[in-house]
Design a protein. Structure first.
Length: 92
């Protein structure tokens, strides 16, 4: 059960990294193509995009932090189980 929970936390970590990387990719595309538009003409579109990007960065940071803390917790539990039960040590 602990290994299944750890696997779920690793999946959450992967999702958090992807959510965190999405706004960075979008912003890098906008910067790379900035010579094709004027900032004053697209400011009404850019403002909501920046707010959404900031929200995705915060969500990604939350998911990564939560996953790392849970993985550390499960690693501690696994170490405790290995210490208490010698038969489990060989399996893990």
């Amino acid at each position: 059960m602990i290994l299944a929970e750890k696997r779920t936390s690793l999946s959450t970590l992967r999702t958090g990294i992807a959510v965190f990387a999405l706004p960075l990719s979008v912003l890098s595309i906008l910067i790379a193509t900035s010579r094709y538009y004027s900032l004053t003409q697209v400011a009404h579109l850019l403002a909501p995009l920046l707010v959404l990007s900031a929200g995705l960065v915060v969500l990604g940071m939350y998911l990564v932090t939560r996953a790392v803390l849970r993985i550390r917790k499960f690693d501690a539990l696994l170490a405790e189980l290995k210490e208490k039960h010698r038969s489990i040590r060989d399996l893990l």
